[in-house]
Design a protein around this ligand. Structure first.
Ligand SMILES: Nc1ncnc2c1ncn2[C@@H]1O[C@H](COP(=O)(O)OP(=O)(O)OP(=O)(O)O)[C@@H](O)[C@H]1O
Ligand SMILES: CC(C)(CO)[C@@H](O)C(=O)[O-]
Ligand code: BAL
Length: 290
């Protein structure tokens, strides 16, 4: 496993191996089983795997947790290597944005809702850095987690619109034993908040069961069902609860037609957590540009 910090060095390293199928797993580091599942999937499908670790300042808003975002490159290198990564790409901010960030990639529409609405500019930052990573690495496949379902939809749209020759693979959300979606930010939770956090997936699962039993037929009913339960949880502040079409993220009436997403974002103390389920339930998707 090679750790590379410089873009030019990464390109030199990859150049002689361009005939090999190359997988990219973009991350912000502090790796956990969720990330490792993406790396293992990439290693299964690709002959060479690049994992990027870059805490991208562009996707953090003012007052967000850029400065305290957890970091441990040494541990990331060990875990990524064990999971099957060949290269850990760890550029600094100056390497990625030597001129500041004068060029921005913006996907409209899809980014108006959910985290796009509650974190203005977030997806501009994500799309900009992911398009840079696609240009730098030129992967055949790129792996993302369904935990960040809106991010997957946004990247798929970007790949189609900008004709990136890359297949976007979305992988199922990996969860703790009590159902909490793994996230680097879970380390911010106090022991009490950590217990409370299980309510997110518990509620989404209950809603899924109700929908499958035919007792939740409309998006508005599902939103109300989820909201009512989350509102009862002590110390938890709802950012959003939405049920939309997926991946279009358009408002929906009935739930028995198109694929939909039930997505939630909450605050527990100083920690913002997100989770979602896709209805009908599925195990990740694949999408290539036309
Ligand atoms: N629990 C998980 N299961 C599957 N994929 C995940 C999980 N958590 C993160 N990922 C995916 O890993 C990639 C890198 O995510 P990131 O480094 O932001 O991790 P994170 O744990 O989601 O951190 P954050 O706390 O910032 O949400 C993204 O594609 C993300 O969707
Ligand atoms: C895709 C990503 C690595 C871009 O910074 C980030 O948004 C993330 O970790 O999900
Ligand atoms: N996993 C999404 C990255 C972010 O929250 O900034």
């Amino acid at each position: 496993m090679q750790k590379i910090e410089r873009i030019a060095q990464l390109r030199d390293f990859l150049r002689p191996h361009r005939e090999r199928r190359l997988g990219l797993v973009p991350t912000m580091g502090y790796l956990h089983e969720g990330h490792l599942s993406l790396i293992r999937q990439a290693a299964k499908e690709c002959e060479q795997v690049v994992v990027s670790v870059f805490v991208n300042p562009l996707q953090f808003g003012p007052g967000e947790d850029l400065d305290r975002y957890p970091r441990d490159l040494e541990r990331d290198q060990k875990l990524a290597g064990e999971a099957g990564a060949d290269i850990l790409f760890t550029p600094g901010v100056g390497e990625m944005y030597p001129n500041g960030a004068k060029t921005t990639v913006r996907i409209t529409g899809l980014t108006d809702r959910l985290c796009g609405a509650s974190r203005p500019g977030h997806f501009d930052g994500v799309a900009t850095v992911v398009s840079k990573l696609f240009h730098i690495v030129e992967p055949d496949r790129a792996y993302f987690g369904q935990k960040d379902a809106q991010q997957v939809a946004v990247i798929q749209q970007m790949v189609q619109d900008l004709n990136f020759p890359v297949e976007v693979v979305s992988c199922p959300t990996v969860r703790e034993a009590d159902g909490l979606a793994m996230s680097s930010r879970n380390v911010y939770l106090s022991p009490e908040e950590r217990k409370q956090a299980a309510i997110l997936y518990k509620t989404l699962r209950e809603a899924t069961r109700e929908r499958e039993a035919g007792r939740l037929c409309r998006a508005a009913e599902a939103v109300q069902f989820i909201r009512e339960r989350l509102e009862k949880a002590e110390g938890l502040l709802i950012d959003y609860v939405e049920v939309l079409s997926y991946p279009e993220l358009e408002p929906l009436d009935r739930l028995d037609g198109d694929r939909s997403i039930a997505a939630v974002a909450v605050r527990l103390g100083s920690t913002r957590l997100i989770d979602n389920v896709i209805w009908p339930q599925e195990e990740g998707t694949r999408c290539t540009s036309p």
